[in-house]
Write a protein that binds this ligand. Structure first.
Ligand code: ADP
Ligand code: ASP
Ligand code: MG
Length: 441
């Protein structure tokens, strides 16, 4: 079914491959040398290679811990400057290791590589990619090594970061700008699985997945790919090959449905399963606005206050009002980091909105099932809720899209819920998924 799958790589012309190596793939000196060997082998096989690299191991978390010890609330500009140092270390070390193998490598910061962003520190968006220096390096036969997850703001000229896990996005953005044939994302598992292999050892590797399904999975907590990277790949129809830097196995191809259909026609892929995966996100908080008057305009007032504070709201539930009081509760979820600003924004509008009190709960998880086949297969919801009921897991909120069902549960129930759903939908594989490295942090 797999094997010689080569996408748009035509052997008669030199193809360009962008390879991104995550933190666990460059965790120490030996790993850096191993990765250097892989890169040089790709070059020797006749491809042009552009490399994007993450900070070594857990060093981004360590820099964050250090910042916290120095200052409880560091200025966002300085935090970005600090964090981008992690990728600078690994890019220079990797270039040294490649040069020891007899090839020429040149490292570049995101800014030098032309990654132009807006000025939203900590969550900057790429607005342009001008990789002139990368092109010149390629023309001169060198291997450019680009620091992931960073850029430079077009207006302030300050150094920015793209958000945790953002090196994936750097890689896809460069691949699109350079018209690469494929963007390879090297990590510490063999590809995209039907669930996080650290949580579900029986998780099954998916050979192909559409951009759309991968977007849903990334959005609901499958951190194997950064959400923005999948958005970018879909916009530019850039195939992503997620694979392990610790093995030679073929990984998972994230592509358009058309490309997958062609692969099926040519016998290189099987029909897509109904369900592609299960994921949990433990980084959300639940806020309840208690005792809101049940009349037109109240929800608008609540969500306008939240929008004004830049809060991204996810699930929303409004309870039926108690007949005696004519008041109701409105509950919503948002990222944990937004809970305090959300409470402040609502409290400042207390009079205008007219609610009684606010409650926050960060001991929750969002558990989701994703699959394009849900559109056309009845009974998915029934199996979903039956599996949770059988595991005695209480459901606090529900939301759905065409290809996703998500529920809020207690955080302590999340892993059990993921395993129960994985089994109930027949996703368990016979063997155990391999996790090659990384701390999962
Ligand atoms: P990297 O350092 O290479 O960027 P990450 O830690 O960001 O690696 O992402 C890889 C990890 O994503 C895996 O080790 C795995 O625990 C986790 N993961 C979560 N959901 C999935 C999934 N559905 N398939 C594969 N890996 C997943
Ligand atoms: N080093 C950054 C992080 O840990 C970016 C990345 O690895 O993608 O989030
Ligand atoms: Mg990552």
């Amino acid at each position: 079914m797999q094997g010689s799958f080569s996408l748009r790589v035509d052997s008669s012309v030199v193809s360009l491959i962008v390879q991104k190596y995550g933190g666990s793939s460059v965790a120490d000196a030996a790993s850096i040398k191993r990765v250097a060997r892989r890169i040089v082998d790709t070059k020797k096989a006749g491809h042009d290679v552009v490399v994007v690299v993450s900070a070594m191991g857990d060093s981004t978390d360590e820099l964050l811990d250090l910042a916290e010890q120095v200052s409880p609330l560091p200025p966002a500009r300085e935090l970005d400057m600090l964090l981008t140092a992690g990728e600078r270390i690994s890019m220079a070390l990797l270039a040294m290791a490649i040069s020891d193998l007899g090839a020429e490598a040149r490292s570049y910061t995101g800014s030098q590589a032309g990654l132009i962003t807006d000025s939203a520190h900590g969550a900057a968006r790429i607005i342009d990619v001008t990789p002139g220096r990368i092109r010149s390096a390629l023309e001169e036969g060198a291997i450019p090594i680009v620091a992931g997850f960073q850029g430079v703001a077009h207006d302030t000229k300050d150094i920015t970061t793209l958000g945790r896990g953002g090196s994936d996005t750097t890689a896809v953005a460069l691949a699109a700008a350079l018209d690469a044939s494929v963007c390879e994302i090297y990590t510490d598992v063999d590809g995209v699985f039907s669930a996080d292999p650290r949580v579900v050892p029986a998780a099954r590797q998916v050979p192909f997945i559409t951009y759309e399904e991968m977007l849903e999975l990334a959005a609901v907590g499958a951190k194997v790919l950064h959400l923005r990277c999948v958005e970018y790949a879909r916009r530019f129809d850039m195939p992503i090959h997620v694979r392990s830097s610790f093995s030679q196995r073929e990984g998972t191809f994230v592509m358009s449905p058309q490309a997958i259909a062609t692969a099926i026609d040519e016998g290189r892929a099987m029909e897509q399963p109904i369900i592609s995966g299960v994921a949990a996100d433990v980084n959300d908080a639940k806020i309840t606005v208690v005792g809101v008057a049940d009349k037109p305009g109240q929800a608008a007032a609540i969500f306008k206050a939240l929008a004004g504070a830049g809060i991204n709201v996810d699930m929303i539930v409004q309870n039926v009002s108690a007949a005696s009081t004519g008041r109701t509760d409105v509950t919503f979820t948002c990222p944990q980091g937004s809970a305090t600003p959300a409470m402040k924004a609502l409290d400042s509008q207390r009079e205008a909105i007219g609610f009684e009190s606010l409650r926050v709960d960060d001991q929750i998880a969002k558990v989701s099932l994703v699959g394009a086949g849900m559109r056309s297969h009845p009974g998915v919801s029934a199996t979903f809720f039956e599996a949770l009921a059988d595991a005695s897991i209480n459901v606090e909120m529900i939301s759905t899209s065409e290809i996703r069902i998500s529920v809020v549960t207690r955080v302590d129930d999340a892993q059990r819920a993921v395993r129960a759903l994985h089994t109930a939908f027949g996703l368990d594989a016979d063997g155990e998924a391999v996790v090659y490295g990384g701390s999962g942090r």
